[in-house]
Design a protein around this ligand. Structure first.
Ligand code: SF4
Length: 346
């Protein structure tokens, strides 16, 4: 939809938010559409928004513009007297669906059978609340791309080995950044018998990676990085750590969504940045900083984030009392909270 066609909707959205006042906290992820981001009381990556949900003192309702696992994390971290509304309940995340508790149990049993029970699980924020709860019950923590390094160090200070899921690439990129060699990592494939890893290899590993990925970030290639360098000599190429390791190595830098936002904000006027992450964020940064050139490494859109339209958000805000809140079973909520709080304390 064009921005002109959105204008009456935007006006009604602003009016609805003004009417609701401090009763509502609108949290919007960086990958949301520009109109929705423009309205957010807080705009951030999943870590910043989890913190915002945990720290908010005033709002009665937290409206979460992001995908389901983010709204679930806000539900776990909210105060007793608050509720969380997810305006587009169909917006999930394929990566979060690449690991469940049954699969995690199989890996855990295989680790124990291999004599590698001394393993700390670390789960990416991009996972279901049930998997976070599984990790919380086993002494592990959640991490995001902003604090994965700290989470890995925390886990390895407690045990000789960690299990990281569901994103293979963030796991490998983080372990490499900590100076680990590929020989210290193994890849557990939940679809393969025995995870496709021998017991000996499991016992030797320092990091057990999980075969999961984000289709938005694995769309970037080394050939695109080379083509960008040919086309825009002198440009800085920056990518998200959910990208393939070879892409991260070919780029000039890699970091979380907040890192990428900061890199553009701090770049010199006149400079060129080519960025490998979700297209809505890149387009917004390009519009926000017209004195520098901000380009996508390749156009890669998250269709799950895009599901939430301004019209749907309007329907939610204009009928807020009738919206069903995000709900989780009490035992999942309590155990997921353990894992999330360990992250917030990192
Ligand atoms: S960008 Fe990737 S990890 Fe993030 S919500 Fe979309 S599919 Fe999931």
């Amino acid at each position: 939809m064009s921005s002109t066609a959105e204008d009456p909707v935007m006006e009604r959205l602003r009016a609805a938010l003004a009417r609701l006042g401090p009763d509502v906290l609108l949290l919007t992820h960086h990958y949301q559409r520009a109109g929705i981001v423009a309205l957010g009381h807080r705009v951030g990556d999943s870590y910043e928004l989890a913190r915002a949900a945990a720290e908010n003192q005033n709002a009665r309702t937290i409206v979460f513009c992001g995908v389901r696992f983010m709204a679930e994390a806000a539900e776990v971290l909210r105060r007793e007297d608050q509720r969380v509304v997810h305006p587009e309940p169909l917006a999930g995340c394929p990566m979060a669906d690449m690991a469940d508790e049954g699969q995690a149990d199989s890996a855990w049993r295989a680790l124990a059978a291999a004599g590698a029970a001394d393993t700390v699980p670390v789960v990416y924020m991009n996972s279901s609340a049930a998997l976070k709860a599984w990790v919380g019950e086993r002494g592990g923590c959640v991490c995001t791309s902003s604090n994965a390094q700290r989470a890995f160090e925390w886990a390895l200070s407690r045990a000789p080995r960690l299990l990281f899921f569901p994103d293979e690439h963030l796991g490998r990129n983080t372990a490499r950044r900590l100076g680990m060699a590929d020989a210290e990592m193994v890849l557990w494939d939940p679809a393969a018998s025995g995870g496709g890893v021998s017991p000996e290899a499991l016992a030797r590993a320092r990091v057990v990676l999980w075969k999961g990925f984000c289709h938005v970030h694995t769309a970037f290639t080394v050939a695109q990085v080379r083509a960008a360098r040919d086309r825009w000599p002198g440009a800085r190429v920056l990518v998200h750590p959910e990208c393939l390791s070879e892409v991260v190595q070919a780029a000039d830098g890699a970091g979380s969504t907040s890192f990428l936002v900061r890199a553009v904000a701090e770049a010199d006027p006149g400079s060129t940045l080519v960025i490998g992450t979700e297209i809505n964020l890149i387009s917004r940064l390009a519009a926000q900083y017209p004195d520098r050139t901000v380009l996508p490494l390749h156009r890669s859109l998250c269709p799950n984030m895009y599901r939430l339209s301004p019209e749907k958000l309007l329907e939610t805000l204009e009928n807020l009392d009738a919206q069903p809140p995000v709900e989780l079973p009490a035992h999942i909520n309590a155990s997921a909270k353990l894992a999330l709080q360990r992250m917030l304390e990192l």
